[in-house]
Design a protein around this ligand. Sequence first.
Ligand SMILES: Cc1cc2nc3c(=O)[nH]c(=O)nc-3n(C[C@H](O)[C@H](O)[C@H](O)COP(=O)(O)OP(=O)(O)OC[C@H]3O[C@@H](n4cnc5c(N)ncnc54)[C@H](O)[C@@H]3O)c2cc1C
Length: 232
Amino acid sequence: MPQAPTFIGRLAETVMGRRARVLGLAEPAPGFVEVDLRAEAPPGGWQPGHEIQVRATPTQGRRYSVRTVCAHDPEHVTVLAATSADGPGTRWILGLRAGAEFTVLTGRHRPLYEHGAPRLFLGDGCTLGTIDAYAGTEDLVVVEVPPDAVRPLAGPRPRYRFLPAGPAPGDALQDWLEHAAEDGELAHVDGALLLGHAQSLQRQRRTLVDHGILPRRAITTKPYWATGKQGL
Ligand SMILES: Cc1cc2nc3c(=O)[nH]c(=O)nc-3n(C[C@H](O)[C@H](O)[C@H](O)COP(=O)(O)OP(=O)(O)OC[C@H]3O[C@@H](n4cnc5c(N)ncnc54)[C@H](O)[C@@H]3O)c2cc1C
């Protein structure tokens, strides 16, 4: 529900809303904001990868994902947001301050469908929180981010491979994927999660299937944004 009349947004908040308060904000890399939250838990409790929705404006909802849940405090969660877009969601994130209170919309956690192990994760900056939530130590993780974010993001994630994004979304990932497919670097993967830019996911899936690396059923795709679209 990226766009809805104000009264529908209010109704959704009444039914699915949880109160949340910003405990702190950090900038782990240029173009990224990590939001530290205390938020009332939904049924079943918060889980890494839990999807939430916020009302960025009275009529515009935007979705984000829980990156971590504190082991000692199940209502203390973090969200990692990329700030490369220029829409209501990004402006809302950039406007947050410690102590701010708002309502998050969420329900019981519905995990992404995951197939096989080890898996290939491909994503861009806005999917990094989700990838952190799901990826295991054996998985092959490749993430496309703005060039000046590569080094600060890679430091704490030595197992991930970060690619500097070019002018067109998904091109750096596609380039890497085609080389990896030809070089046999993907021979051991048993499943894939492709997250982020909708048009890029389709290209990536086609490459994996056409090179005979994975069957379609072993590939999960989850679009987070699309060229020419506001909100998803
Ligand atoms: C299930 C789900 C979970 C998500 N979880 C996260 C998360 O944990 N962290 C996170 O940062 N984002 C996440 N997103 C993406 C996030 O909702 C949007 O990318 C973000 O809110 C941008 O919204 P906006 O209002 O600023 O831009 P929009 O109004 O959506 O779009 C404005 C313009 O920016 C472009 N655009 C949109 N998103 C991006 C982008 N990421 N990079 C470059 N250009 C973009 C659009 O094509 C459009 O031209 C998630 C999305 C979904 C569907």
